[in-house]
Design a protein around this ligand. Structure first.
Ligand SMILES: Cc1cc2nc3c(=O)[nH]c(=O)nc-3n(C[C@H](O)[C@H](O)[C@H](O)COP(=O)(O)O)c2cc1C
Length: 210
């Protein structure tokens, strides 16, 4: 689907049919997340891909009582890294060196600039920064889903502490920041499926300085 057609087609479905999304389409969405941009390329988040009926039921019961959790096919949990430090930066530098066939030493100026920039921040600032990067991946996933004509409802309306506890995220250095329920809209039960999209006009949204 062309991008703007896909963006007009998509909406945050409130009711879903329970129909499964094919592994191929899920793979496309996950690959788009993997390729998403992040500040300095660190990707300071992990995405949990939940395709388990029982676990979705527990999430619905304990952390997010919205219907899409159980009516969707998959639930993606965007969890940002907490307490970001030198270990994660060092691993990233090693990944760049391995991927691009250069030495770790040659990347010292870049590594120092990341460390200097990140590690001078408070833990809270680093956690907020990591969460912002996760949101970029969330947006990328939504666009990818739309181009596949798969519905994807972003969600902040959940109890993050309860979800973290259920999925044992603190022990993994993670904190849930957003969910994405992936599935198919139930157009008959969801009045929003046919409601016109509400967006500010171009003249109100942009300040164009030519
Ligand atoms: C970060 C974020 C959090 C959201 N949280 C929820 C949510 O918890 N439940 C829900 O049904 N929709 C949620 N939405 C969907 C928005 O309400 C929806 O995107 C917005 O009203 C614009 O409409 P549209 O996306 O359907 O075109 C969220 C959207 C974003 C981007």
């Amino acid at each position: 689907m062309e991008l703007i057609d896909a963006m007009n087609w998509r909406y945050a479905a409130k009711k879903m049919t329970g129909q499964r999304v094919s592994p191929e389409k899920i793979d496309t969405i996950l690959e788009a997340i993997r390729l998403s941009a992040s500040s300095v390329g660190l990707q300071p988040y992990t995405v949990l891909v939940i395709d388990n009926h029982e676990l979705k039921g527990k999430i619905h019961e304990q952390a997010c009582p919205q219907p899409q959790i159980v009516e969707g096919s998959h639930v993606l949990v965007f969890a940002s890294w907490t307490g970001l430090g030198t270990t994660q930066v060092d691993e990233y530098i090693k990944l760049i060196a391995d991927t691009r066939g250069v030495t770790v030493e040659s990347l010292t100026p870049f590594a120092d600039s990341i460390r200097g920039n990140l590690l001078s921040r408070t833990v809270e600032e680093r956690d907020n920064w990591a969460a912002r990067q996760a949101y970029i991946a969330l947006g990328t996933a939504m666009v990818a889903a739309a181009t596949e004509q798969v519905d994807a409802t972003p969600m902040e309306g959940f109890n993050a502490e309860s979800l973290d506890a259920l999925l044992d995220l603190p022990a993994k250095g993670l904190h849930s920041v957003a969910l994405l329920a992936v599935g198919y809209r139930d157009a008959e039960k969801d009045f929003l499926a046919s409601a016109p999209k509400v967006r500010r006009a171009r003249k109100d949204l942009f300040i164009e300085l030519a």
